[in-house]
Write a new protein. Structure first.
Length: 427
């Protein structure tokens, strides 16, 4: 094939994908400004692992994670440790591994068995934590989400934590609802457990989204290294770090938290550069784009972008709540993400999957999915407001939701929901 032909074939096929900007399911960046795109095109050939060959890119990577260590209040940035990753998933693997190995070392040093590590987390964790536990053979202890405890909040934590617990994972920006778990309450519960049992259990904060939101929108909320129990934090550069897909970050409060055996020394600029990563090769451009955002936006710029996302999220959640059929689970006041469910008793003629399908016909992708665990009978729908969903577009989205509800309410079906056919959808 000629290059033009091959290009056209693929260009045409991916037209069948949804429009990324109207994809309100994803947390991952779908918009960057033209200068960022120019930088991306110029640096797309850089392999981040070639630190000898690309020392400037390697230096920028380190500058980025030290900047994040500072943003997240590491007490001594000079003795923190961090790395870029492909996303929060790789970051979770590395943070989990460091916790597991550190626990094993301590257990062996004390002459105790180290073969049954466990990790405590909410049942509403993102799937990357299930993968970590599965791939690296750690037992998961899920704290169930219930109507009374919609997230991990320290309640009855003593029932889950024991001498084999390598850490508790707290989530800043629960994937299902966008709510912050109260890391300070979880830390206080672990303080009580330590006072009673002597067990000193660290916290890892999965701040995939919140790591780039809370420092700007809720600067007084102590969820990060201000809490002495927080050992490590991950965040996705490609979510509210505002970069195109392919970059995440993990930072440890102190380099001692990462056992030497996990660090590989790479000869670099005449010195030795410690690296820890699951991948060898990975794109360098995304790291440069992250740095671009730090320079371009600074603290004020990040605050302005996240604030405008939050304004849009609150406008949309208030609009959706006022339509009548829906009840909010969150309103976008933590990260700019909110979820709602159908009010009990509103209708048995349609549900949120039908609404999702109707919106999809109009180009909008707004997923509906069940809550975890005890709440699986409940379906919720969620909108992730990202940079690029303007107030103007949000107005159109709200109109679309209103029209879809009118449409769904309007069709009359003599059949119960299970028995109806496509034909029953006519007005
Ligand atoms: C709380 C949380 N943790 C981890 C992840 C995984 O992040 P990534 O897609 O960057 O690997 C997500 C993604 O949505 C998330 O919401």
């Amino acid at each position: 094939m000629l290059p033009d032909t091959a290009y056209q074939v693929i260009h045409d096929e991916v037209m069948l994908d949804g429009n990324a900007r109207l994809n309100l399911a994803t947390f991952v960046g779908t918009w960057m400004d033209p200068m960022a795109q120019r930088l991306y095109a110029e640096t797309v050939d850089k392999n981040l692992i070639d630190k000898d060959e690309y020392p400037a890119t390697a230096a920028i990577e380190e500058r980025c994670w030290r900047l994040l260590a500072d943003l997240w209040h590491a007490p001594a940035v000079a003795s923190a440790l961090g790395t870029s990753t492909v996303g929060s998933s790789e970051a979770a693997m590395l943070a989990g591994l460091a916790l597991k190995r550190r626990w094993q070392q301590a257990r062996r040093a004390a002459g105790k068995p180290a073969d049954r590590p466990n990790l405590v987390m909410s049942s509403a964790v993102q799937v990357c934590w299930e993968k970590f536990a599965n791939y690296f053979e750690v037992e998961v202890r899920y704290v169930p989400v219930t109507e009374d405890h919609l997230m991990l909040d320290g309640y009855e934590l003593e029932r889950y934590v024991d001498e084999n617990t390598i850490a508790v994972v707290a989530i800043m920006g629960v994937t299902y609802t966008g709510c912050y778990e109260p890391v300070d309450q979880i830390a206080a519960a672990l303080d009580r457990i330590q006072a009673e049992t002597g067990l000193d259990v660290p916290i890892h904060v999965d701040a995939a989204s919140g790591g780039f939101v809370a420092p700007f929108l809720q600067p007084d909320l102590a969820w990060d290294f201000r809490l002495p129990r927080v050992a490590s934090i991950n965040a996705s550069g490609h979510k509210y770090g505002l970069v195109f897909p392919g970059v995440g970050w993990v930072v440890w409060r102190h380099e001692d938290a990462v056992p030497e055996e996990l660090i590989f020394k790479v000869a670099y600029l005449g010195g030795e550069m410690p690296t820890l990563a699951l991948n060898f090769s990975k794109p360098g451009a995304q790291v440069l784009l992250q740095y671009y955002n730090f320079l371009r936006l600074g603290r004020d710029g990040f605050t302005a972008v996240q604030q405008s996302c939050q304004d849009v999220a609150k406008y949309l959640s208030a609009g959706i709540a006022s339509l009548g059929p829906f009840e909010l689970l969150s309103d976008g006041s933590d990260i700019p993400v909110f979820a709602w469910r159908l009010r009990v008793g509103y209708t048995d003629k349609w549900d949120l999957h039908d609404l999702s399908a109707q919106l999809r016909q109009r180009g909008w992708m707004v997923p509906a999915y069940p809550l975890p665990d005890e709440l699986t009978a409940q379906t919720v729908q969620r909108i992730v407001v990202r940079n690029g969903l303007s107030m103007e577009l949000a107005g159109h989205l709200l109109d679309a939701v209103r029209e879809c509800v009118t449409y769904l309410d309007g069709f009359t079906s003599p059949m119960p929901k299970q028995g109806r056919t496509g034909g029953a959808f006519h007005h």
